[in-house]
Ligand binder design. Structure first.
Ligand code: PLP
Length: 398
């Protein structure tokens, strides 16, 4: 093949030639994927423990999900919120049925950032206040408001000014929360398990303090469950583990099991502030996304995937503190594996053995965001592959 033919046939090079260069891409090219396995164009089968950034909750090509999506495509691919749809109503009903009982209303959107953008707007509108508190190390997305509350976003934020006042409470610092939450605060936003930060599990004591203090001061509590939600932490939403009901909860990623969608859930009290035209979106709550949300929730229940997540977490904790891994943090299948060396080295060494994991904003933590269908033999493969990685001393001497 000539050099030109190689470039013409290689998506990695073609994307590099045509797209804004903002993604550091991995070296393999997926052709298809089934269950937790990605099949590449050069004949490899890669065990995907990263799930397309926590999206592929059901794995890939789940037969029931594929059937539902195909049927919905041929029946009604799209209609806007200008008309009511049975499938959208069903998605809203199902979603409300799996969230904390205080959250009774849904506003559908298209992504995690858009969900947080709207949640923050709703909090400012409902309280008439304009200061938001977020938590250090948190990640909430890359649009203007979502990035404004993302820890350390200043280096890529881009806008000259943030859309509202923002401050950060040190994570798990109850005294800081007490000192910072006051009557000027519109909302406190937190991830129950900080995903991008490497699966850092906020303490129950801290989360319950946020709930108590926001109530005392008339501020709203927003749980960003874009990454931690939809069963990933062993309950439908991670706030359930802490027995805390927020005023607003945001969801995306796994919500549609691969079809792009997001949702803002809120209490009746919050919803009562809004009137016709206050919020809106063209694509949010479209029939394809709605059908996929319904299928995702049904499949998680029918296949007892919440139990499977808990079993998988135990097995990973019991077998994977080995090789370069010194400790495991996080919940369910949102786990941070703490490494004795730069996480990128461990990620690459696993990929050489056909296992895909993710890195995080912590340079020493790799992330597991596997599909909720993960099997015990696949966890055995991970443990074996970790054991195969040479000890750090030998590597450094070589
Ligand atoms: N919130 C959290 C906790 C996330 O992890 C992410 C994405 O990683 C987002 C929000 C942004 O979601 P999206 O990329 O769908 O806009």
């Amino acid at each position: 093949m000539s050099d030109k033919q190689i470039i013409d046939s290689n998506p990695l090079l073609r994307e590099a030639n045509t797209m804004v260069p903002v993604y550091g891409q991995l070296s393999f090219i997926p052709e298809k994927a089934i269950g937790c396995d990605i099949y590449t164009d050069d004949g490899r089968c890669i065990l995907d423990l990263y799930g397309g950034h926590a999206v592929a909750a059901l794995g890939y090509s789940h037969p029931k999900q594929v059937k539902v999506i195909k049927e919905q495509c041929s029946k009604l691919l799209f209609q806007s919120n200008a008309v009511a749809l049975d499938i959208r109503a069903k998605a809203a009903e199902k979603l409300v049925s799996i969230t904390p009982k205080e959250l009774t209303r849904v506003f559908f959107v298209n992504s995690g950032a858009e969900a947080n953008e709207n949640a923050l707007r709703m909090a400012c509108m409902a309280t008439g206040r304009k200061k938001i508190l977020a938590i250090t190390h948190g990640f909430h997305g890359r649009t203007a408001a979502a990035a404004a509350i993302t820890w350390n976003a200043d280096r890529w934020y881009g806008f000259k000014e943030k859309p509202f006042e923002v401050d950060f409470i040190a994570r798990d610092d109850v005294s800081a929360a007490k000192a910072m939450i006051n009557d000027d605060i519109a909302a406190v936003i937190f991830e129950p398990v900080q995903g991008v930060a490497g699966g850092y599990d906020l303490s129950t004591q801290f989360i319950q303090a946020l709930r108590k203090l926001t109530k005392i001061h008339g501020a709203l509590l927003i749980a960003d469950e874009v990454q931690s939600g939809m069963g990933r932490c062993g309950k439908f939403f991670a706030v359930d583990v802490h027995e805390v009901a927020p005023d607003i909860l945001t969801s995306a990623k796994s919500l549609g099991g691969g079809i792009p969608c997001g949702a803002v859930l809120c209490s009746e009290a919050v919803a009562s502030f809004f009137r016709n035209g206050d919020l809106g979106t063209t694509f949010g709550g479209g029939p394809l996304a709605a059908a996929s949300i319904v299928a995702t929730i049904d499949i998680i229940k029918e296949e007892n995937l919440l139990d499977n997540v808990c079993r998988a977490e135990n097995a990973i904790r019991n077998t994977c503190v080995t090789g370069p891994i010194t400790k495991i943090q996080g919940k369910g299948l949102l786990l941070g594996l703490i490494c004795d060396r730069p996480a990128v080295e461990v990620r690459n060494a696993l990929l050489e053995q056909n296992i895909l994991t993710g890195t995080s904003s912590d340079p020493n933590i790799i992330r597991i965001l596997a599909p909720l269908i993960l099997k015990s033999e696949q966890i055995d493969n991970l443990a074996r592959a970790l054991k195969n990685i040479a000890p750090i001393k030998k590597l450094r001497k070589a």
